[in-house]
Each structure stands twice: as C-alpha cells, then as structure tokens.
Design a protein around this ligand. Structure first.
Ligand SMILES: NC(=O)c1ccc[n+]([C@@H]2O[C@H](COP(=O)([O-])OP(=O)(O)OC[C@H]3O[C@@H](n4cnc5c(N)ncnc54)[C@H](O)[C@@H]3O)[C@@H](O)[C@H]2O)c1
Length: 364
C-alpha cells in the first residue's frame, strides 16, 4: 500500500460521516458467537434512532458500512416526514444468516444495543426475523417488531402496502385528475409480502394488474387469486402501463429504465428505488413522470413499529398511515410550485421538520 492510498483508506469512514452529518457509527464484535455488527445513528433530533437490523453476507466491511450509512439516513427522512418522534438509525450484521444465527448471537447483539441506553431501537429487516427480535428482547427493551402474541405489531407489510396504495392514489389524482385506480394498468414488480397486499387492494378497486417476480410460486399465487397478468422480469419496461410499482429491490429506476418507461407515475414500496437520487429524480422530472418518494409512501411499516413502541394498536397504525395521501399530494404541489423534483420537495419537508423541532428543543 502506498502512503497516499493509506491516507485515502484511513479517511474513508469519517469522510462518509461528515458528508451527511452522521452522529455515530459503532462496530461491535464477539469472537465466541462470530458476531460482527455495525450500528449507524444518523440523526436523533426528533427522538431515538429506530431502524431494523439487516443480516447479509457482505463481500467486505466497506460494503457493509456504505449500506448501513445509506439505510440509516433514509430512516431519518422516513420518520421525519411521517411526523414521528424518531430519529434515523440502522444496523447490519455481517455474515450468512443460515450459518451464524443462534440465541447467543442475537442476545449478545442485544447487549450491545442495551449499552446505547435507548439511543438506538432495533427491529427486523432483510435477513432477520421476529424470532431473532425475541432473543434481542431478552437483553434489551429497545427492540420492536415482536410477534403479536408477545404484544408486538407482527408483520408490518399490510400497513406498508396500505401506505403505498394511498400514495399511489394521490399520485393518480395529480397525474390523471382522479384518484380512482379503476381501469388503470399497474405493474407491480415484486409480489412478496408488500407487493401481494398491494395487489389485493388494487384488485378490489378494479385495476388492470401486471406482475413480475423472479419467484414462480409467488407469481402463480397472485395470477390465480387476483387475475393478474404475468410479465417476464426482463420485459418489465417494455410493457405499456399507467403506473409502475417497484416492490422488490432498489435501484430499478435508472437512466436505462427511465428511457423505456411508458408510465405517468412511479409509486411502490421498495426502498432506494432511484439508482442515483439527484440524477434520476431530475430525469423523471424532465420526462414528466411523477415519482412518489419511496421513504414517504412506504413509511407504513415504520409507523407500525412506532405504534408498537407506544403500546401496539393496529387501528392507530392504520389511521396514522392515512396521512400519506395528503402528504404525497402536498409534495406534488410544492414540487410544481417551486419547479423542483418531488424527491427534493420531500427531503426539504423532512429537513424542515427536523430544523423546526431542533429549534423547539433549544429552550430548556
Ligand atoms: N415489509 C415491509 O413492511 C417493508 C417496509 C418498507 C419497505 N419495504 C421494502 O419493500 C420491498 C419488498 O419488501 P417485502 O417485505 O415485500 O419483501 P419480500 O422478500 O417479501 O418480497 C420481495 C419480492 O421480490 C422478489 N424479487 C427479488 N428479486 C427480484 C427481482 N430481481 N425482480 C423481481 N422480483 C424480485 C422476491 O421473489 C419476492 O417475491 C423491499 O425493498 C423492502 O425493503 C418493505
């Protein structure tokens, strides 16, 4: 390693922390259980940082750091724009979930969370389950997403799908003058938990539903149950559609896909839908495609676990999620009035709330 690459490498973490003003990055390890975890706390102006624990076999620790930083910042925006008194944080565990998981592994991780004295609250995410959360709960109270039988909120996906549906209706109103989805051709990409609950709502409203997924049984289920028409994953952007609802992976909206898109609206549940936020939101604006910011319309899951934090009640979770319709409509007005992207409008709103509440808190 040359002297200059050594300097570059040594600045990697702090450069990232300074770029978006992260509060804290904590690396924890335990040799006995093989635990290697990273907790990122982006911003706690509004409250404790809440974000799930993702377990994934990252190629290297740099990838894991980049992921946990990106995800924790997204949680700050999601909580702020949803009016929740929560900050943004996230954790990642490095390793193969099928090989490493054990009671001791998650209880050890629970102890590290406990040491943060409530500044970080965890929940499940990709690669972790409610069972893992139960182990964490043996060591700390700072965990949500517990099973319903344990007083938790259970699967947040129906609430997430409800919020996506409302965001989609508000988008249809802006694009077509009516929020009815009857007769609209809507392609749902990814019919897992969120996608399937969304398809159920769209079918009830009489939408013409197209679905794409890499998992055959999931496709078969929605095709048979809701009369959805299957589109091969590789042909998603060749299809004619009014609304595109990404509900699988991130980064599906990029220059290549935007060039092909026929839809007037993008409104889906996936996190980080834009491959590059600023570039792709500008491209969508130029092409006249309305983009419903993902962290705004997929916040139902976060709202669900926040409700659990205060004593779970599904009705409260659903009624809090109702605000997504008005919030989405407001974002479109702000974006149009100021000739900015819908993403910028949403980010400004979230940042304004954080600044306003920081000012409130400045008085003892
Ligand atoms: N579950 C929630 O409450 C929630 C909340 C907020 C955001 N999200 C986000 O929504 C998305 C879906 O979450 P989920 O809980 O439904 O996950 P899931 O794992 O239940 O479903 C994902 C589906 O996408 C499919 N898929 C995977 N790769 C694909 C590809 N390349 N092309 C097409 N389909 C593909 C999978 O086969 C699966 O059916 C994720 O991006 C997640 O981060 C979920």
């Amino acid at each position: 390693m040359t002297a200059s690459t050594a300097i570059e490498t040594s600045n990697f973490v702090f450069d990232k922390l300074v770029q978006y003003d992260y509060e804290q990055l904590l690396m924890v390890q335990d040799k006995a259980t093989g635990l290697k975890g990273i907790i990122a706390i982006h911003n706690t102006v509004l409250g404790p940082g809440l974000g799930g624990t993702r377990m994934y076999n990252y190629a290297n620790e740099q990838d894991a750091i980049v992921d946990v930083l990106r995800l924790s910042r997204g949680m700050t925006y999601k909580a702020a724009i949803s009016g929740l008194n929560l900050g943004g944080a996230k954790a990642v565990l490095i390793g193969d979930p099928n090989k490493l998981k054990s009671e001791a592994y998650f209880r050890k991780f629970g102890r590290f969370i406990e040491n943060l004295n409530g500044k970080y609250i965890t929940a499940e995410d990709v690669g972790t389950t409610t069972k893992d959360m139960e182990y964490i709960a043996m060591e700390t109270e700072n965990v949500v997403g517990l099973p319903e039988v344990r007083g938790g909120g259970g699967d947040p996906s129906p609430v997430t799908a409800y919020g996506v549906y409302l965001g989609m209706k508000a988008s249809a109103k802006e694009a077509y003058g009516s929020d009815s989805l009857t007769g609209k051709t809507i392609l749902v990409e990814g019919v897992g938990k969120v996608g399937t609950y969304l398809v159920e709502r769209l079918a009830k409203e009489g939408a013409n539903i197209l679905v794409a997924d890499v998992y055959e049984p999931a496709l078969k289920n929605v095709a048979e149950k809701y009369g959805a028409q299957v589109v091969p994953v590789e042909n998603v952007f060749d299809a004619q559609m009014d609304i595109y609802a990404p509900c699988a992976l991130g980064a599906r909206v990029n220059p290549e896909s935007i060039a092909k898109m026929t839809c007037a609206v993008i409104a889906g549940g996936a996190n980080n839908q834009l491959a590059q936020e600023d570039r792709d939101s500008e491209l969508l604006k130029d092409k006249g495609i309305l983009y419903a910011p993902d962290f705004l319309i997929n916040a139902g899951g976060l709202i669900n676990v926040y409700t659990e934090w205060n004593g779970y009640n599904r009705e409260i979770a659903m009624s809090t999620t109702d605000h997504i319709y008005d919030a989405t409509a407001r974002i479109y007005k702000t974006a149009a009035n100021n000739n900015i992207t819908t993403l910028d409008a949403a980010k400004h709103l979230a940042e304004k709330r954080i600044a306003d509440i920081a000012n409130v808190q400045s008085t003892y």
